[in-house]
Design a protein. Structure first.
Length: 283
């Protein structure tokens, strides 16, 4: 059984725990490891956003900068150019809340002003000290993701001796810092950062122990969709073509069974069916 939470956003509240929430991914980037360049044009992005909603997503997550291994940071101006027009174009068209995937406070500020309600920060506010103030001022929901090191070193970190213990400790610090900055606990969701600076075995350990994050008293988001660690644990050679959907489905099912409240995915239609059936079985 999952703990139940009410995620408080500026315009709506989302009940978390009774039913698995699906966050649909919309990359408006030319270099994402998935969907690279497909939705970089605002009109195509809007069409896809509406499709994601129709397929059963509860939240839309829009990202303007890829954080995959080997990616490089873009300028703040470029990120704003990619993200804000899409959010503005969706105003009045989309019923589900919009999350902006950014670690920059100005991108968050402009996105929230344009209509976003959630800030999904891969650095858990480590990269930009003004992020907590911006999120608090807009009463935004926040997703604090565990990661280590600077932006350019996210995927170059040394192994962790005890990934579950370290992630719990680091996220506890992040949550406490956010609350101290004035963000209400009811606005916070945590993400252990599967695949970010973690070996495949570390990601597996975290998936097996999602419930270990319960002491944080926050809902948990898990993002495994199409990530490279799935290829590694499935022993698929780097140059061998394969469909990541099945491995993603297995990790999503495991995460939900372990207590995840939200799953962040590309294949919304398929995962919506999977988690609805799984919820019915588990409950």
């Amino acid at each position: 059984m999952r703990n139940h939470y009410t995620w408080t956003l500026p315009q709506v509240s989302i009940s978390l725990g009774e039913r698995t929430s699906v966050m649909g991914i919309l990359n408006v980037t030319p270099d994402s490891f998935s969907d690279a360049g497909v939705y970089s044009a605002p009109a195509k992005a809007v069409t896809r956003a509406l499709e994601i909603e129709a397929q059963g997503a509860d939240i839309l997550d829009i990202g303007g900068e890829s954080s995959r291994p080997g990616s490089t940071a873009i300028s703040e101006e470029e990120e704003l150019r990619r993200v804000v027009p899409v959010i503005e174009a969706l105003r009045g068209k989309l019923r589900i809340p919009i999350s902006v995937d950014t670690y920059r406070s100005e991108v968050a500020r402009r996105s929230l002003a344009a209509g976003a309600q959630i800030v999904n920060d891969i650095s858990a506010f480590r990269f930009d000290s003004a992020m907590a103030e911006v999120a608090g001022a807009h009463r935004a929901g926040v997703i604090l993701m565990h990661s280590r090191g600077p932006r350019e070193g996210l995927h170059l970190q040394p192994p962790m001796q005890n990934p579950v213990e370290q992630v719990l400790l680091d996220l506890e610090r992040s949550v406490n810092s956010a609350v101290a900055a004035g963000i209400k606990k009811a606005a916070i969701v945590v993400d252990p950062g599967i695949g970010f600076g973690k070996r495949a075995e570390d990601s597996l350990s975290l998936l097996r122990n999602v419930k270990a994050l319960s002491p944080l008293e926050c809902a948990v988001l898990i993002g495994t969709s199409r990530k490279s660690f799935i290829r590694k644990i499935a022993r698929i050679e780097p140059d061998t073509p394969y469909d990541p959907a099945w491995g993603t489905a297995a990790t999503v099912a495991a995460a939900v069974a372990q207590g995840a409240h939200i799953v962040r995915v590309h294949d919304v239609k398929e995962i919506r069916t999977l988690v609805d059936v799984l919820d019915a079985i588990l409950e």
